[in-house]
Design a protein around this ligand. Structure first.
Ligand SMILES: *Cc1c(COP(=O)(O)O)cnc(C)c1O
Length: 433
């Protein structure tokens, strides 16, 4: 597969180069030259395939000949070595639980896949690679965990001070070794801008081999298609494909879902479930794209005012808004509604969602109310314990800590505070090693 920059279609690279670079030199996002479709036999037979077989068939056209078959098998097997259960919640809705990985959020899949691809691609290089990443919450933990101890790779994580949950902060600041955390006195958008500035800084690039691990990296973005195939494998009523609601911030996950749909996956409709950061719901309603400053909410991993991956979403649909709107709706859910929904699901259905899952569920519920006869899936993108500060306050009940989290709470945070100025980031990058 060849990838081109969305800013300049004549800038073409392989999967390997796209993974190592992260972003094109012109700051464009990479996009595959074609979207491969999967044969009907694959879908007919999906119940008999293992998850690993499904994942390999889905991703192989995208990695092409850059990964030998045995490496691809190893990487895929290590990426998805946990469960993705589809759990019934109400008579018409199911939760696809994506939080059974090591950091209890869906970003584990992309981070694990990318770290292993990058580790393979830079084997034998003499200049160490620095992975630079801005996080609004879960990316940091997943990336830190995915890359921890990978030889030849240094990881620098920027996160907005005071705007991630305490568990999230511990997950990205306590590993040490090749993982460094920078606590930025600003918003997620500030962090993202600083990272973008570093990638645009030619002088810096001469001294460091920089790459990104944000959802813009093709090796993080594309394996997220797996979730949607795993959901279909478990979906009982194959004659009536589900509506799928995706809690969305930077739009990487839902963009992967739309890729899966383009590859032939049966889906009735997609919903981008947003919090108060309503740039895309407004765009779909008005046709006017106005990026905004990020607003802090209870579902903080979705506090994004200018979603990076949305240009890819448009590209899938030939940049034609009416075509996109046939397939995708987008709704904005307030913090008050999020709180009420957590209570409603916990009390009436004995299902405890995290704030992001609650946003996904309510957007789905509203849509199903307007489209009787349909059934749907919401993606539960994080374990509620990651947001226990919020969830326990709502339910008044203590969440049992999964064993993966318990040791974390005893560890000490190690981070460096910086102001939201690119120069400070640059000084750090040139001096920390
Ligand atoms: C990152 C994240 C999201 C948003 O995903 P995008 O791909 O950025 O749209 C939703 N929920 C949780 C828990 C996340 O960590």
């Amino acid at each position: 597969m060849i990838y081109y920059s969305l800013n300049n279609p004549s800038d073409k690279v392989s999967f390997k180069e796209a993974t190592i670079r992260g972003q094109a030199p012109d700051r464009g996002l990479y996009f595959p030259e074609s979207i491969p479709t999967l044969p009907g036999s694959f879908f007919d037979n999906i119940a008999n395939l293992s998850r690993e077989e499904i994942a390999i068939q889905v991703i192989r056209p995208f990695t092409g000949d850059t990964l030998p078959e045995n490496e691809l098998h190893r990487i895929v097997a290590e990426t998805i070595n946990f469960d993705f259960p589809l759990v019934p919640v109400t008579p018409t809705t199911w939760s696809l639980e994506l939080f059974h990985g090591p950091t209890l959020a869906f970003k584990d899949v992309g981070a694990r896949f990318m770290s292993r691809c990058l580790g393979y691609f830079v084997r034998g290089n003499n200049k160490p690679v620095t992975v630079l990443v801005a996080t609004s919450g879960d990316t940091g933990g997943a990336v830190a965990n995915g890359f921890y101890g990978v030889d030849g790779v240094e990881v620098v994580i920027l996160y907005p001070s005071g705007k991630v949950s305490s568990v999230q902060e511990l997950q990205l600041t306590t590993l040490g070794q090749n993982i460094k955390a920078l606590e930025v006195d600003g918003s997620f958008d500030d962090c993202q801008q600083m990272v973008k500035d570093a990638f645009a800084d030619a002088a810096l690039q001469q001294q460091l081999f920089l790459t990104s691990a944000n959802s813009i990296n093709v090796a993080r973005w594309l394996p997220q298609q797996f979730y949607y195939f795993f959901a279909w494998q478990q979906w009982a009523d194959k004659d009536h494909p589900p509506v799928i609601s995706v809690p969305s911030g930077n739009f990487g996950n839902i963009c992967a879902g739309l890729m899966a749909y383009s590859a032939g996956l049966p889906v009735s409709h997609f919903i981008a479930a947003c919090n108060a950061n309503d740039t895309i719901p407004l765009f779909l309603a008005t046709g006017q794209y106005r990026s905004k400053l990020a607003r802090p909410t209870l579902s903080n991993a979705m506090d994004v005012g200018n979603p990076s991956n949305f240009v890819r979403v448009m590209e899938i649909f030939g940049r034609q808004l009416p075509r996109l709107k046939d397939v995708l709706s987008a709704y904005s859910i307030s913090d008050d509604e999020t709180v009420t929904t957590i209570k409603d699901l916990n009390t009436n259905y004995h299902y405890l969602p995290d704030p992001h899952g609650a946003v996904g569920y309510l957007a789905l519920k509203n849509y199903l109310g307007w489209h009787p006869g349909e059934k749907g899936i919401f993606l539960e993108t994080a374990h509620p314990v990651k947001f226990y500060d919020t969830v326990e306050k709502v339910t008044g009940e203590k969440i049992v800590l999964p064993s993966a989290i318990a040791p974390l709470l005893k560890k000490e945070k190690q981070s460096k505070k910086i102001s939201p100025r690119y120069e400070e980031l640059k000084d750090f990058l040139l001096s920390y090693r």
